[in-house]
Design a protein around this ligand. Structure first.
Ligand code: FAD
Length: 431
């Protein structure tokens, strides 16, 4: 067995990026929560523990120049208790959760209403169901943070599937489990950073892992498969391609892949997303009774979290930029980008936030081997007509990566689940 990794490091969309003072930030995936059993089992197997995301005190809500705080332990959790939006939050979430019960996560395209749901965007459905026409602004904050996509970019079926996938074999997926901090996907973090899991696994695999080896071509025939990477080639019986569909499409296949698979990969865009981190001497917002979590309807940074390491210092605030905000922000100059982010943070946390010791941008759309993040978001019509090509092996080629998971698509847990499924497929094929 050999692993060919394009980058000069393992971990992909997880990355412990060093910061001044010897600490690090989670430049990519950071949070883990209930029912994400497979990533937790893998972490445990390599001795990586979790600790709770800082969630004591009040969250900040920002809307058009007005700042409010609300208890993180309140009934809405991280969702702001804005009277203008509360009726919509309640009824939209309830409807989505009910719709999610109709989805089989292994084949969402088979849902009774799959044609109806995959023939419209999430935006169209929200517009038809909202009470307050202004609700789209908050909905956009949610989809920007979860997918790096706007409601108009996403198929309704895909959005409902994502909710159904926010659970496991014994717990029905719900919006709350996806979105919330307490009892949700943002509940905990990994001590030492998420990438530590991959670093430890790679350590066990030793010389079987080849870095700086981007795969360029995969040739298969009756006898086996030849994988041509920069700097070398490998002959094998079976191969697992564990990269997002948009990256899988950049590999040459011989013979050509079936049309359905090739066309699927032409229709699975990566999210427009960035994570920014501002590093301070200490997490000063905690002293003011704030969790460090923000929900804002004005960008570019619309969602923040306290990303301070387990040791308690330095203080780190992370901000997510997604969707339309990200598309504009990526095109700004470095100074303009920094200014826009620090303006947001100063609005949410006061003037102190304007002067970080260090400011770090994690611009995954500029990364050759990611091209966007956190996940591929599917537009209408893709799951319905191309869904069967998502995981179906093509001869000796098997597909893994979080985008191919049943539960927790888009998350580290989905990545591990998909890897376990692909490994089983391969083992079943080997003599
Ligand atoms: C900013 C950000 C925040 C996120 N937040 C969270 C979070 O809080 N919790 C969570 O669970 N998830 C989160 N995610 C999503 C999570 O990171 C992914 O779901 C998960 O890491 C995907 O793992 P993967 O193995 O499927 O894909 P990747 O991690 O993308 O791995 C694919 C690997 O393939 C390599 N590669 C690409 N092309 C080639 C090629 N041609 N040849 C060889 N190698 C190649 C890449 O370098 C990469 O290492 C976040 C992601 C980002 C970027």
């Amino acid at each position: 067995m050999v692993v060919l990794e394009a980058r000069d490091r393992v971990g992909g969309r997880t990355w412990n990026r060093p910061i001044t003072g010897g600490s690090y930030i989670d430049a990519g995936a950071e949070f883990v929560g209930p029912t994400q059993d497979r990533i937790k089992a893998l972490a445990q197997a390599v001795g990586v523990e979790t600790f709770p995301t800082y969630n004591s005190g009040s969250n900040v809500y920002w809307k058009d120049g007005k700042r409010e705080t609300y208890a993180a332990s309140g009934p809405t959790g991280i969702a702001p208790p804005d009277p203008a939006y509360l009726p919509d939050i309640a009824q939209i979430v309830q409807k989505l959760n009910t719709m999610a019960t109709e989805i089989d996560v292994e084949a969402p395209w088979k849902a009774k209403e799959a044609v109806e749901w995959d023939s419209q965007t999430f935006y169209t459905w929200l517009k038809a169901n909202e009470v307050n026409p202004d609700f789209m602004r908050l909905a956009s904050t949610a989809t920007d943070a979860i997918f790096g996509q706007e409601p108009r970019d996403l198929s309704l079926l895909y959005a409902v599937f994502y909710i159904a996938a926010s659970g496991n074999e014994t717990n029905q997926g719900t919006f709350e489990r996806n979105f919330q901090t307490a009892e949700g996907a943002q509940q905990d973090r990994f001590v030492g950073g998420s990438q530590l899991i991959s670093i430890r696994v790679a350590g066990e695999l030793g010389t079987s892992v080849a870095l700086k080896a981007p795969v360029q071509r995969i040739v298969q025939n009756a006898k086996g498969v030849k994988v041509v990477a920069k700097g070398g080639r490998v002959s094998a019986k079976q191969v697992i391609v564990a990269v997002p569909p948009a990256l899988a499409a950049r590999i040459e296949y011989e013979p050509l892949l079936p049309a359905l698979r090739d066309q699927f990969t032409q229709r699975a865009p990566m999210g427009s997303y960035a994570k920014v981190d501002a590093v301070y001497e200490r997490p000063f917002w905690r002293e003011e009774g704030l969790t460090g979590q923000t929900v804002s309807v004005n960008g570019p940074v619309r969602v923040t979290f306290d990303s301070t390491p387990n040791e308690g210092s330095p203080g780190v605030l992370l901000g997510f930029i997604g969707g339309t905000d990200a598309r504009g922000w990526y095109g700004l100059s470095a100074e303009q980008r920094r200014q826009a982010v620090l303006d947001n943070l100063a609005n949410y946390f006061g003037a102190q936030a304007r002067n970080p010791l260090e400011y770090v941008e994690n611009r995954w759309a500029d990364e050759r081997f990611s091209r966007g993040d956190p996940v591929a978001g599917l537009p209408p019509g893709v799951l319905l007509d191309f869904g069967t090509a998502l995981r179906a092996p093509v001869g000796r080629i098997h597909w893994a990566g979080t985008e191919t998971s049943d539960f927790w698509v888009g998350y580290m847990d989905g990545a591990v689940r998909s890897g376990e499924r692909a490994a089983q497929e391969v083992l079943a094929e080997l003599p």
